[in-house]
Design a protein around this ligand. Sequence first.
Ligand SMILES: [Zn+2]
Length: 242
Amino acid sequence: MRVKRRKHAKKILSFYHNAFRLREPYQVLVDGTFTQAALQTKINIKEQLPKYLDGSVLLVTTRCILAEAKEIGSRLHGALLILERYQCRKCGHQRGDKLVPAAECIKSLVGLNNEHHYIIASQDQELKGGLRQISGVPLLHITHNAIMLENPTPLSRQKAEETLALKTAPSSHEKETLDKLAKLLPKERGRIASGRIQKRKIARGPNPLSVKKKKAIVAEGMKLTKKKTRRRKRKTNDLSKT
Ligand SMILES: [Zn+2]
């Protein structure tokens, strides 16, 4: 079960790595609801998260998240003690008493395209519902006494496909060269203009593993013929002596 969970995480992380350039150390932005759930399920975030994500992790929080946990009071006291050990990110709400609710603060840090590559660790369904409307935001939550990385949203998958299409499309310079080539080789025009110059298929031999036996037979056959030729030579030698 544990291996399955990690494989699942690896697959999702590799998706975010390829499509949204998510890199180590993973910046995990943690809120009070997540730390509280971790406490209740006896999960040590600092120990278990790097194992689950199979990479280095930087646990971060904000003044707004801390302030909200403090405001809730004794119910989140344990969670607050954990959060206070994490790196506090500047969220821009610090000046004066302009602190905002944790969910609002997280949304503002993620912005329109999560350019700082945050992974959001929260149990706040409403917040996560909002974050699913933005592509490229990995979401972590605790379920069945374990940390889980959510599957990428259809929006993230669509964005990833668009990025891939842009990457594989010929650049303006490449297109120019292809156009020039198309003019030089009228026969190839259709194929070149479409940007798909197919390589000639090289006829490959059968799988070497499947012909191993045959080789052995051939080798044996060769031995036999060699013996035969030797005999013949001897015979000829004998004849020359006589
Ligand atoms: Zn803030």
